[in-house]
Design a protein around this ligand. Structure first.
Ligand SMILES: [Zn+2]
Length: 270
């Protein structure tokens, strides 16, 4: 089971079938299709720090939110720094980081049990992690690049949901969204050294290409990490999309050498 591509009007986005089946959430992972940005941000850029015009980005949010069925006023954006802190968001946070200034700083993961609080995180190759606890209910998002993966942000987000919401981990649904895949993500020795020090199963995550270059599979690293904390393998949906391989659908920091827009994950409880 993978993510599914949807089209409403000109906007295309991905959804997680197991999340949709619960009827509890509105959620999506954006593509670059259906927005108003031009140049390297063309067209559905959702990042405010990508050299794009703020008004255009807000227009993109409006058309994206309309397509997904989320009120733009409900959005709460993270402020990502490749760390592993988890922020518990509530109704008082709505608008922060999108429609108004945010005092939420340095949080790469957001969770909430309140309805109509739409969490937002940003991507262009890093791994998007989606969480839905259908029992409580509660939701979460986490941004896992290689640094966040090493700092175990996925595991920490699950632990925080257990601590804050008493989430039954065996019922927790997870989605691993579009990111740079294990066959495209090349790293050098120093990064692999850190993985060696962190994960005893590091050899399952890499493939040596010679000359100090390795391929690194962040999807596998994150899936294993979720399973280690008690998430059931069958409750994890992997997107099946590589951002690097699909310039038609996704921005890719690596492919576009930094000159790129932002994709976004969004989820709210109904
Ligand atoms: Zn690829």
């Amino acid at each position: 089971m993978s993510f599914e591509l949807r089209k409403r009007g000109e906007v295309e986005f991905l959804i997680i079938p197991s999340f949709e089946a619960t009827g509890l959430v509105r959620h999506a992972f954006s593509t670059r299709k259906g927005g108003f940005s031009v140049g390297h941000c063309g067209t559905l850029n959702l990042g405010f720090n990508k050299g794009d015009d703020r008004k255009t980005v807000l227009r993109n949010y409006k058309v994206f939110c309309d397509a997904v069925g989320i009120d733009i006023k409900n959005l709460v954006a993270s402020h990502q720094i490749h760390e592993s802190d988890v922020y518990v968001a509530g109704k008082e946070d709505r608008g922060k980081g999108i429609l108004k200034k945010s005092d939420i700083t340095g949080k790469d993961a957001l969770i909430t049990r309140e309805s109509n609080v739409a969490l937002v995180t940003y991507y262009a190759d890093c791994v998007p992690l989606f969480f839905l606890d259908p029992e409580t209910p509660a939701v979460g998002l986490a941004h896992a690049g290689w640094r966040g993966t090493v700092k175990k942000i996925g595991m920490k987000t699950v632990k925080k949901m257990i601590e804050e919401f008493k989430t039954p981990v065996e019922k927790l649904l997870c989605g691993i969204g579009p990111c740079i895949s294990g066959s495209c993500y090349e790293v050098d020795d120093p990064v692999v050294e850190i993985f060696k020090d962190t994960f005893e199963y590091w050899e399952d995550l890499v493939e040596y290409k010679g000359n100090g270059h390795w391929l690194l599979d962040l999807v596998k690293a994150n899936k294993k990490q979720l399973e280690e904390v008690g998430v059931k393998s069958e409750n994890v949906t992997v997107s099946g999309f590589c951002t690097h391989c699909r310039p038609d659908l996704f921005y890719s920091y690596r492919r576009d050498k930094g000159m790129t827009g932002s994709l976004a994950a969004v989820i709210e409880l109904k």
